[in-house]
Design a protein around this ligand. Structure first.
Ligand SMILES: Cc1ncc(COP(=O)(O)O)c(C=O)c1O
Length: 402
């Protein structure tokens, strides 16, 4: 008896979640594992946001909220777009879901026919591919190598767009590479997209506040206003406000798409948790001090990790411009021999070796479509990052390079 649908055979569970579960199991068994797998801030949600949620629950906001999101939250999001991004979105151009992940899922379900293509810029957030596959779409992976700053070039985009393309997914700042697109780079993509009027663009801007070296976040729609009606801007409170567990994400785009996504959501989950929506209102409308403090802390950690990785023989890391990951090139260790005589064939084997020998949990680049790399989350205290990199260096010293 087969209980799973055929389309699921190609779908992988989230690599970072799996790594983290494995790390937890090893910890429970008494191993001293450092888990740098999962992509979430290690800070607590600011107390004023938690208080707003408690107040909302006590005030009776405990019933089914509107499917599309409360008017209060959609107004706060509309204000945020105006204030922070210089974008005008009315409340009927905005939908709230259980995390940005569900926004992405709903967008594809609302707009894509099976067999249509979704263009992904590798390295990409792994869920993009699996969400596409679950819905019978065809992921088309464009390799965006480190030499190009892990960014999509107009020529590479032009080479993959066809009449089957339904979506192009962009993500700046990028998980896992930390790449940040400039206005000029986005405009160059706009020129190519002008020739493909049926292609929709998903611009995932969830890491917009985690930027380093005084870089500025350029919202895709601000750089490319001609594509406003074809773009779904995706964002959420998970990363900026340390609210991963509250599960609030949002999307802004053409009314027709938003209303189709609302229809999908009405049959999947109904509106997102009422209390969490009130917390998100407090996050967006309240003081933004903690966002700035988190950003500063992430920059200190980025600097530390960049400095330490650069000192390790055979690893490569250009300082990421944003987000809280280090996507570390490890080509020099592919083909190396482990103390047990076995070979490190790929980045999956290297990640496994790091887990077993260094007891550091991280995610292989293959989960993000570009190898050979390993991704560590830098959302951990500096002492933990230092210890993890020291252990990784010691484990690498035990390998004989090919
Ligand atoms: C690029 C990117 N988009 C979306 C998400 C999902 O965020 P949420 O917690 O809002 O579902 C993540 C989470 O890791 C991410 O890295």
């Amino acid at each position: 008896m087969n209980y799973a649908a055929t389309c699921l055979s190609a779908v992988k569970p989230s690599a970072s979640a799996m790594t983290s579960e494995l790390a937890k199991a090893m910890k429970a068994a008494g191993h001293d594992v450092i888990d740098l797998g999962l992509g979430e801030p290690d800070f607590d949600t600011p107390p004023s946001i938690v208080d707003a949620a408690c107040d909302a629950a006590r005030a009776g906001q405990t019933r089914y909220p509107p499917t599309v999101g409360t008017l209060e939250l959609r107004t706060a999001i509309s204000d945020k777009f105006k204030r922070e991004n210089g974008l005008a979105y009315s409340t009927d151009e905005i939908i709230v879901s259980n995390g940005a992940k569900q926004i992405i899922f709903g967008a594809l379900m609302a707009s894509m026919e099976p067999g249509q293509e979704v263009v992904l810029c590798a390295p990409f957030f792994g869920s993009y591919k699996d969400i596409t596959l679950i819905q019978g779409g065809v992921p088309v992976e464009v390799q965006c190598p480190a030499a190009n700053g892990f960014k999509l070039t107009p020529d590479a985009l032009d080479a993959v767009l066809t009449d089957k393309t339904r979506w192009l997914f962009l993500n700046s700042p990028c998980n896992p590479s930390g790449a940040v697109y400039s206005a000029e780079e986005l405009k160059a993509l706009e020129n190519v997209l002008a020739n493909f009027p049926n292609v929709l663009i998903l611009s995932d801007e969830i890491y917009e506040h985690i930027l380093f070296d005084d870089l500025e976040h350029i919202p895709f729609v601000r750089a490319c206003p001609s594509l406003r009606d074809r773009t779904l801007t995706v964002n959420g409170v998970s990363k900026a406000y340390a609210m991963t567990g509250w599960r609030i994400g949002y999307g802004a785009g053409h009314k027709t798409l938003i209303s189709a996504m609302t229809k999908v959501q009405s049959q999947i989950s109904s509106g997102a948790c009422s209390v969490a929506q009130s917390a998100a209102v407090a996050a967006l409308n309240g003081p933004q001090q903690s966002v700035a403090e988190f950003r500063e802390a992430f920059e200190v950690r980025r600097n530390l990790v960049h400095q330490l990785v650069t000192k390790i023989d055979g690893l490569h890391l250009d300082a990421p411009g944003g987000a809280f990951y280090a996507y570390i090139g490890c080509a020099n260790y592919i083909g190396a021999t482990m103390p047990d005589g076995n070979t490190i064939d790929d980045d999956v084997a290297l990640a496994k070796y790091f887990l077993e020998d260094a007891q550091v949990a991280l995610v292989p680049g293959s989960a993000y479509g570009l190898s050979p790399f390993v991704r560590i989350s830098t959302a951990a205290p500096e002492a933990v990052l230092e210890q993890a990199l020291k252990r990784m260096e010691q484990s690498l010293l035990k390998l004989s390079k090919a």
